[in-house]
Design a protein around this ligand. Structure first.
Ligand SMILES: Nc1nc2c([nH]c(=O)n2[C@H]2C[C@H](O)[C@@H](COP(=O)(O)OP(=O)(O)OP(=O)(O)O)O2)c(=O)[nH]1
Length: 141
């Protein structure tokens, strides 16, 4: 018998960077993920490109308009059948504010990345995004 294979579900997420800081978002749902930190985003809907999905998700989840930049190379398994793809994202307008899916947002310098409890499966993606997108040291204050 031939093995049945289906493509994994792609979760698209944004590495929003502003003034040398990366935006981390704390999930408020579902219960098993609540309190853990992630890169905001979500699943693509049928017919949407990844970039379109990400712009929509960031509008819904943070209330902002964004410009999608380069993809952060890599693909991270979130759970069986789900993979995470990440893009560099810049703010076009608005100031991110938590909506339904999150209850707190924080802008983190590279030195502060370990100060939040990232979802385990997000850690390698966050490390890769930070290595590519954040300055090596905290910006001078
Ligand atoms: N958005 C996002 N989801 C993540 C990350 N890491 C991680 O394991 N996940 C999981 C949580 C969810 O099971 C799934 C994404 O679902 P979601 O709830 O954010 O997406 P969505 O907005 O399309 O949700 P829905 O309409 O199906 O409720 O991936 C991450 O960094 N960002």
């Amino acid at each position: 018998m031939t093995e049945q294979r289906t493509d994994p579900v792609v979760v698209v997420a944004g590495a929003l960077v502003d003034e040398g800081r990366l935006l981390a978002a704390r999930r408020s749902t579902p219960a098993e993920l609540a309190g853990r930190w992630e890169l905001p985003g979500g699943k693509r809907e049928p017919g949407e490109s990844s970039e379109e999905a990400l712009v929509r998700e960031l509008r819904e989840e943070l209330g902002v308009e964004t410009e999608i930049g380069e993809r952060v190379p890599g693909e991270w398994v979130l759970k069986p059948g789900y993979v995470l793809w990440v893009w560099a994202v810049r703010l076009r307008s608005g100031r991110p504010a938590p909506q339904q899916e999150h209850d707190e947002l924080r802008w983190l310098t590279r030195d502060e990345l370990d100060s939040v409890d990232w979802l385990d499966q997000d850690r390698p993606a966050v490390a890769e995004a930070a290595a590519r997108l954040l300055p090596a040291n905290s910006p001078a204050s």
